[in-house]
Design a protein around this ligand. Structure first.
Ligand code: XMP
Length: 321
């Protein structure tokens, strides 16, 4: 029988065995998984760990400050922030296929980590790369024992073949609720451990169609409003996560004031789940839906319609791409 404390002890000694006297880089996304993976490795090898936060331009509003401020003050970890917005947007230009987006994003993450490794050479040799890969990520990317191949999670099926790093993946056998318990055991604050999941490829897989800077701004604004209203309504615990999706290639006619509009729809995708392997659509109160709809259509110029996704998983997945 595994207790959380014994998972921590076991993983810490495995990490020490794997890394030895070496050094490791850990990509921090702002999410729970990478935060807990980093905290485990920090416990194992101390300041021979350097975390890298990649601003790929696909982040939600406020995400970067949250990592730079909250995570560092909670853990005291070494953090390097890389502004890679142009690199990612450039690589994604013209791309609409979901799996291609995922593979490109996975590859660009690794390129940024390789550059960070070169920049950190003076401190020592960073041969190891820590990832917060969970058991469901492995299974759904087709890397488990099953034959499932639903999506390439950016840090599993999206890795380049010429990877220079040795991977350290201390959460590879765990589910999300176990990861949260490990995080608490390691002393991470509730504000980090209780965060709702957010995928590494970020808003890049929530724009249906090509990813551009303008579309990202539109989606970021709509997403911030939805999150604000859900939090204000006290629904954060009840909801597993609520992706907001921009249907960038769809337009519909609307009316605002005396004028005709021809804007884009967004989709709200609130789900309830235990482990993200299956999910049910969350029955949000009508008043909350109404507030989100009114605010988004008033405050985000390019969006003139708000729709609700009422599909469970299966047959839908949580993210649209
Ligand atoms: P799906 O869309 O497969 O999502 O039902 C299941 C859970 O995984 C998250 N997700 C990802 N997380 N990298 C991540 O770190 C990814 O590439 C990725 N794709 C999906 C998704 O947000 C949900 O919580």
């Amino acid at each position: 029988h595994w207790t959380t404390a014994s998972i921590v002890d076991d993983q810490v000694s495995r990490i020490r065995e794997q890394i030895g006297e070496g050094r490791a880089i850990c990509g921090l996304s702002g999410g729970v998984d990478s935060a807990v993976a980093a905290a485990l490795v920090q416990r194992a090898i101390g300041d021979r760990l350097t975390c890298v936060f990649v601003d790929h331009g696909l982040l939600r509003s406020g995400e970067r400050t949250q990592v730079e401020r909250d995570y560092v003050s909670a853990t005291g970890v070494n953090l390097v922030t890389v502004d890679a917005r142009e690199r990612f947007l450039g690589a994604l230009a013209g791309v609409t296929d979901p799996e291609r987006k995922r593979k490109i994003i996975g590859r660009e993450f690794i390129r940024v980590f390789e550059q960070a490794e070169r920049d950190l050479k003076a401190e020592g040799d960073y041969r190891f790369l820590v990832q917060g890969t969970l058991y469901p990520d492995v299974v759904e990317s087709g890397g488990g024992t099953g034959t499932s191949n639903i999506k390439s999670h950016h840090n599993v099926g999206g890795l380049p073949e010429d990877l220079q790093f040795s991977l350290v993946e201390p959460l590879r056998l765990l589910f999300k609720d176990e990861v949260r318990r490990v995080g608490l055991e390691l002393g991470l604050p509730e504000t980090i451990v209780a965060r709702q999941p957010f995928p590494g490829p970020g808003l890049g897989i929530r724009i249906i169609g090509e990813v551009t800077a303008d579309r990202l701004d539109t989606l970021r604004a709509a997403d911030a409003i939805a999150r604000e209203e859900l939090t204000a309504a006290g629904l954060d615990r009840e909801i597993w996560q609520c992706p907001v999706v921009l249907l960038a290639d769809v337009r519909s006619v609307g009316v605002q004031g005396d004028g005709r509009t021809y804007g884009h729809p967004i989709v709200l995708r609130p789900v309830s789940s235990e482990d993200a392997m299956t999910a049910d659509w969350t029955r949000l109160p009508y008043e909350v839906l109404e507030r989100i709809s009114t605010r988004v259509t008033n405050e985000v110029a390019e969006v003139n319609r708000v729709t609700l996704d009422v599909t469970s998983k299966p047959p839908g997945t949580i993210e649209w791409e």
